[in-house]
Ligand binder design. Structure first.
Ligand SMILES: Nc1ncnc2c1ncn2[C@@H]1O[C@H](COP(=O)(O)OP(=O)(O)OP(=O)(O)O)[C@@H](O)[C@H]1O
Ligand SMILES: [Mg+2]
Length: 342
């Protein structure tokens, strides 16, 4: 099993051997041998940050802190995206880019348009104007299933797990729909059995990684709020997404489980997955984001490295609104290492 470590030599080895670290883990090869990831970081240690974290931070260090700024290697590029509901303009984004392989936080007060922006990008809602490309492909008018198949998968602010299905069945619902599944495959049992077996193996490996394996046969309705969040994230990963968009992954999650969620997100980046997440938990943003984008009244109003954006009193006062009273320097919640949520 993989030991998570802060060991610098492991990082160095990773660089010297062309990306394969001392444990044989090659960043960018998604979910090869998931059992390596089944453990969480030992008490008092953090997951190693290897190739992608370092690269992205280096690349972004030269990017100007200006709303709508161009990035060195964007995976998602949105232009002139607007969405109106009656009299209000919920989203009004001139230009926005998300850097590939980075962890980008999207923050802003309630009603800023963050969830609506997620809905538009992933085909769950249709904009009034705008266009956007994902990995170079034009995405306008695509249905959510197609968007997911292309590698952009999101989770929901209010989790959408099926309470009356088991945890494992919820995971299998996240498995990609195979082209031609309807006709040919269904007539050839060995083919779909093989696929189903592969899906179950993958689901179980992910459940193990997200500490839900013991619950796999329980109804999802019996899970705590935090565990549902984990299940939704695990289900999103059934697709091996290139970009995963998490809408408030920490909301309702107890402090002990928060640390493990953070570790999961960081390890996603190390496997080459790009992460965009919406979050009100400022400490989480400071700890794991490579880049922070601030949205208010539908617009992108600030962007930059977490430290400078979050320490900017104008951003704190104007955009974090009700959340501005959070002690921005208090990291204690992230250092709790109690056992995971029961
Ligand atoms: N389906 C809808 N019909 C009408 N108005 C909507 C709809 N969805 C969102 N809105 C409005 O659009 C604005 C942006 O909402 P959105 O949910 O995107 O904000 P948010 O940034 O995700 O907020 P929060 O942090 O509270 O989740 C709000 O004023 C909201 O009331
Ligand atoms: Mg929202």
């Amino acid at each position: 099993m993989r030991e998570h470590t802060t060991d610098k030599s492991a990082r160095q080895t990773a660089r010297q051997t062309g990306g394969v670290d001392a444990y044989g883990v090659q960043p960018g090869v998604p979910f090869q041998d998931l059992s390596r990831w089944a453990t969480k970081a030992p008490e008092g240690e953090q997951l190693i940050s290897t190739a992608y974290g370092d690269k992205v931070q280096k690349d972004l260090a030269f990017v100007e802190h200006k709303p709508g700024v161009h990035k060195p290697d964007p995976i998602l590029v949105a232009d002139n995206v607007t969405r109106r509901f009656g009299g209000i303009t919920a989203v009004d984004v001139d230009h926005f880019e998300i850097e590939r392989h980075g962890i980008t936080a999207l923050i802003g007060p309630n009603g800023a348009g963050k969830t609506t922006f997620f809905n538009l990008m992933t085909g769950f809602d249709t904009p009034n104007t705008g266009r956007w490309t994902f990995d170079g492909q034009d995405m306008a008018h695509m249905k959510p299933e197609r968007v997911a198949r292309m590698g952009m998968v999101r989770t929901f602010q209010l989790t959408k797990v099926m309470s009356r299905l088991t945890v494992l069945d919820n995971m299998l619902l996240g498995a990609p729909v195979q082209p031609g599944e309807g006709m040919f495959r269904s007539l050839v049992p060995p083919l779909w059995r093989k696929q189903e077996k592969a899906n179950i193996e993958k689901a179980e490996a992910l459940l193990e990684r997200f500490l839900l394996i013991k619950k796999k046969d329980d109804y999802a309705g019996s899970l705590s709020g935090g565990q549902r969040k984990l299940l939704e994230m695990a289900r999103a990963l059934m697709r091996d997404p290139k970009l995963v968009m998490l809408d408030e992954p920490m909301a309702g999650v107890n402090p002990a489980l928060k640390q493990s969620l953070l570790d999961h997100i960081v390890s996603l980046r190390e496997e080459g997955t790009t992460v965009l997440f919406v979050e009100h938990d400022i400490n989480m943003v400071r700890h794991i984001a490579d880049w922070v984008t601030v949205m208010a009244e539908g617009r992108i109003v600030a962007e930059g490295q977490p430290k400078s954006v979050m320490d900017d009193p104008a951003v704190v006062d104007a955009y974090l609104g009700a959340h501005a009273d959070i002690d921005l320097g208090d990291d204690s919640v992230l250092e709790m290492t109690e056992s995971e949520e029961a």
